[in-house]
Design a protein around this ligand. Structure first.
Ligand code: PLP
Length: 417
């Protein structure tokens, strides 16, 4: 078989060719791939559980877990089996027809979230867009906001994805700049400030959109009680509480949803990442009928949303979660991670924030940047990624054990010395 993908008559192109050594793969990617990321120089070829192997056979502990998409580790046998058996039967119907997988998946996810309805999508950003559409429709059709006037309050420092509407209410210039004209209808208030939130809500406000913990922001925790206050405020002002649990949900924080940590039940859950088991993109909006019931045939959709393969994985993910085993692991190992990291504060680390198996580590900016720390940890066989400036995020798969937590803490201690 030819190794070129050129069509007859296409321009002749030259570029680096692949080989086994890391640098050849890196330069090939640098040549052919748009530069919207700057990956660390590791070329992963294989993975299992919490460990990945590069093209030269070196093993690394994955302490990023696909930004929480790999909560159950790489190639979790139950999830792989669900995908394999589905692959042999049916992969796509589109929503023009029913499949025998969609109903069971949505029933299990709705039951797990204790809500009535699920609207399945694919990526996280699509689910956030769907939640925005849900809130606006609900505002016009249920709350009675004049058409075209709906406003949504979001939080400073948010990260909800990359679509043009979502970056319209980002305050991160890297994500937002030069993508205007921007979608109107959003107000920003400081994360964790209930007074500012209350002041920002008007009669035209239809929703408050928030991450219960700001992951991309650097695992930023709100003040204790803030989520409960938001719940009370949104109820009192007849505004939907829409919670983006795409990164925080499905076990990561030691509970099924980060909202559970404060016994808060939002009106709308926005889910993604781990819902696809790290195998296929699966996202969803989950809410009660009085909210998600605003959609009518043709008013929203997706060719791939809720496809049989996605539904099979999603249902298998929920089955892993209902046992509570992963939440428990995240709690127990998270406590271990927290105490290990706490021991490094003052020794090159300024502060750590930990919830379950999710940590934001602020390095002393005078010592090294988050990027430099990621490079140094890579050299020691631990994969993490900086968020901003001198902060690195640690989020290993929930299948790690005590030994892996020790490896992470020891590696951090070593690069700080
Ligand atoms: N929302 C949150 C909280 C996220 O962390 C992310 C991705 O990091 C998204 C939304 C966007 O998800 P996706 O990259 O699947 O579109």
């Amino acid at each position: 078989m030819s190794d070129t993908a050129a069509r007859p008559g296409a321009r002749e192109r030259t570029g680096p060719t692949p080989g086994t050594p890391t640098h050849e793969h890196v330069s090939m990617a640098d040549y052919w791939v748009a530069s919207n990321y700057s990956p660390l120089p590791v070329v992963i070829a294989q993975a299992e559980g919490a460990w990945v192997t590069d093209v030269e056979g070196r093993r690394y502990l994955d302490a990023l877990a696909g930004y929480s998409a790999l909560n159950f580790g790489h190639l979790h046998p139950t999830l792989v089996a669900a995908v394999r058996s589905q692959l042999d039967r049916l992969t796509l119907t589109s929503r023009a027809f029913h499949s025998d997988r969609l109903g069971p998946f949505c029933r299990d996810l709705a039951t797990f979230a204790d809500k009535d309805l699920v609207l399945p999508m694919n990526t996280g950003a699509e689910a956030v867009e769907t939640a925005i559409k849900t809130a606006r429709r609900w505002g016009y059709e249920v709350k009675g906001v004049p058409d075209g006037r709906a406003r949504i309050v979001a939080m400073a420092g948010n990260f909800h994805g990359r679509t043009t509407t979502i970056v319209s209410f980002s305050d991160d210039p890297l994500a937002r700049d030069h993508y205007g004209p921007y979608t109107p209808g959003f107000d920003l208030v400081p994360f964790g400030d209930i007074g500012a939130l209350e002041a920002a809500i008007t009669d035209e406000t239809v929703a408050v959109l928030l991450e219960p913990i700001q992951g991309e922001g650097g695992v930023i925790l709100p003040p204790d009680g803030w989520l409960r206050d938001v719940r009370e405020l949104t109820r009192r002002r007849n505004v939907l509480m829409v919670v983006d649990e795409i990164q925080s949900g499905l076990g990561r924080t030691g509970s099924s949803f980060a909202c559970d940590l404060e016994d808060v039940v939002p009106d709308v859950y926005v889910l993604g990442k781990a819902l696809g088991g790290g195998i296929v993109p699966v996202s969803a909006v989950v809410a009660d009928r009085d909210v998600l019931g605003v959609f009518t045939p043709g008013s929203h959709g997706s060719t791939f949303g809720g496809n049989p393969l996605a539904a099979a994985v999603g249902q298998a993910v929920i089955r892993l979660l209902v046992t509570g085993e992963y939440q428990e692991r995240a709690r127990r190992l998270g406590a271990l991670l927290e105490s290990g990291l706490a021991g490094l504060v003052g020794q090159g680390i300024d502060a750590v924030r930990v919830r379950g198996l999710w940590a934001g580590v602020d390095l002393d900016p005078g010592l090294m940047s988050g990027r430099e720390a990621s490079h140094r940890l890579l050299e020691r066989g631990v994969l993490v990624k900086e968020t901003h400036g001198s902060t690195v995020r640690i989020a290993p798969p929930l299948v790690v054990g005590d030994a892996e937590i020790e490896i992470i803490v020891d590696a951090l201690a070593a690069i700080l010395r």
